[in-house]
Design a binder for this molecule. Structure first.
Ligand SMILES: Cc1cc2nc3c(=O)[nH]c(=O)nc-3n(C[C@H](O)[C@H](O)[C@H](O)COP(=O)(O)OP(=O)(O)OC[C@H]3O[C@@H](n4cnc5c(N)ncnc54)[C@H](O)[C@@H]3O)c2cc1C
Length: 480
């Protein structure tokens, strides 16, 4: 029987980084993964395929060039699923290769099969052929991720009614689509299909979308999507989806009927703990299959850690990787930095959205006075060169300490740009750093300086009024 210092279940971003971190500490580590899922949801069905498809959509539709070359500009007129998937398959193949190479280079053993606990230190692995293998370890990292939640009432067929795992297998680009759920995944796909010319209707039971983001930026995104023909049905729930020979009919509780070629269900995800038999390890998952952890990612059983999507928000590849590393370090007593600092959120809608830190609403609710500095891409030379007239960068500055409390970016390269603000925030910098900094010209990074100057001017205006007011009062008193 094989025994390891650390056994990791799942080879997604969280599991990979946990196993490699343990191996780097000189520990004997292994990863258990199913045959066709090396790299996890991230590489096979989630992040990498969707972001590659987005890149293909932007390239083939020529969408980002239309400001410069006119609304009719296209690189290709009839974009097929084949055009989109060839790029996706190429990138997936390369990424799987990178992961396998990294694991083997670090002497992390890959055990192929499906894992289930048979005791707190023991796992039964069932191979694709049905053989069983028992493996034991001193420590475990559960990194099994999630799968799309599928309501029983909906008849998913993988062709006309699909979830986000199935969407890449569609046989054609639909003329019309209903997207159920205006979360990150739903909005990313809604914007990609809208860019392809699909008539998209988004149905969301809440009255708003992406509630954790800056309201002004969400409004700007909604405006752009509406401009591309997206219809939003907020405050509406789906009663049923009917399948007919000529397409689907999504029937809402309010009685509305929406015809479409395809329905994409993107209404939450479920932790994949059901097949793991966590109860034999002494663990309990919640109703959505998620596990609870302490700040060190330790479950209630001290030698078993859980990381990545299976522990819930923010459920991003970026955070999952860091959680994996931290869990492994903690298991082997290796010190890690006290704080993870502010973590960015990236949404690859078209246009993209990214932020780090707090929103205006959060600061107002906490009675923290702040000033806003805004820069619009259309005022930047790089914005004009790129043909991005709608992008913006917004800084939220503490009115007392002048520290940066939040950075919110909308438009081209938002998910890259945010890291400049994140770094300044992480190092405790103030708006003055950005006011005095020199950035390459012409770049979008210049937006930081413009926004910082905007905030500084507003703060100066406040202090000028306050100073003048005080002098005036003093003057009156003196005269009196
Ligand atoms: C459509 C979509 C787009 C996304 N876009 C982004 C993005 O742009 N940026 C971003 O940061 N994040 C994005 N995400 C989220 C990101 O993919 C996840 O946060 C990330 O994959 C989570 O990593 P993980 O390691 O926790 O789990 P996963 O990547 O889900 O991997 C878990 C692995 O565990 C394996 N496993 C499960 N049970 C067992 C078992 N019993 N035995 C053996 N193996 C098992 C599975 O086969 C799977 O390979 C996206 C997700 C989706 C669905």
């Amino acid at each position: 029987m094989d025994h390891f210092d650390l056994l990791v279940i799942g080879s997604g971003p969280a599991g990979q980084k946990a196993a490699i971190a343990a191996a780097k500490l000189g520990k004997r580590a292994a990863v258990i993964e199913r045959r066709d899922m090396v790299g996890g949801v991230c590489i096979n069905t989630g992040t990498i395929p969707s972001k590659t498809m987005r890149e293909a959509v932007l390239y083939l539709t020529g969408l980002n060039q239309r400001e410069l070359y006119g609304e009719s500009y296209r690189l290709k007129d009839d974009i097929t699923v084949g055009d989109l998937s060839s790029r996706t398959q190429h990138v997936i193949g390369r990424e799987i290769d990178v992961v396998q190479n990294q694991l083997s280079r670090n002497r992390v053993q890959m055990i192929v099969g499906s894992a289930r606990f048979t005791g707190p230190h023991e796992i039964d692995v069932v191979t694709t052929g049905g053989d069983h293998k028992t493996v034991t370890a001193d420590n475990f990292v559960i990194a099994v991720g999630t799968r799309p939640a599928r309501p029983e009432s909906v008849d998913f067929d993988g062709a006309t009614i699909v979830d986000s795992d199935q969407i890449l297998g569609m046989d054609r680009v639909p003329m019309s689509m209903v997207v159920v759920g205006a979360g990150v995944i739903g909005i990313e796909y809604a914007s990609m299909f809208a860019a392809l010319g699909t008539k998209v209707t988004v149905v969301e039971k809440r009255s708003t979308m992406l509630d954790f983001c800056d309201r002004e930026i969400v409004e700007a995104l909604q405006y752009q999507l509406r401009d591309r023909g997206v219809t939003f049905r907020f405050g509406e729930s789906v009663k049923t989806v009917e399948k007919h020979p000529s397409g689907t009919l999504t029937i809402l509780e309010s009685g509305k009927k929406i015809p479409a070629d395809t329905v994409l269900y993107s209404a939450g995800r479920q932790g994949v703990t059901d097949e793991l038999n966590v109860s034999d390890a002494g663990l309990t998952a919640d109703a959505r299959g998620r596990l609870t952890v302490d700040p060190h990612f330790r479950t209630e059983v001290s030698h078993i850690y859980a990381v990545g999507d299976v522990i819930g928000f923010p459920a991003l590849a970026a955070t999952s990787m860091e959680q994996g590393r931290r869990a492994a370090y903690h298991a082997f007593g290796e010190p890690v930095g006290e704080s993870e600092g502010e973590q960015p959120i990236g949404i690859y809608s078209i246009p993209e959205v990214s932020y780090v830190g707090r929103t205006e609403d959060e600061l107002t609710a906490a009675d923290i006075p702040f000033e806003v500095g805004i820069s619009r891409y259309r005022e930047l030379a790089r914005g004009a060169i790129m043909g991005d007239a709608y992008g913006m960068l917004k800084l939220l500055i503490d009115a007392n300490t002048r520290k940066i409390l939040g950075v919110h970016v909308f438009g081209s390269n938002a998910c890259e740009l945010v890291h400049v603000g994140q770094t300044v925030m992480g190092l405790g910098g103030t708006v003055d750093y950005l006011v005095d900094a020199v950035f390459n010209y012409p770049t979008l990074c210049e937006a930081y300086k413009v926004a910082a100057l905007d905030a500084e001017n507003k703060m100066r205006a406040i202090s000028r009024v306050s100073t003048v007011g005080n002098t005036g009062e003093l003057g009156l008193e003196n005269t009196g």
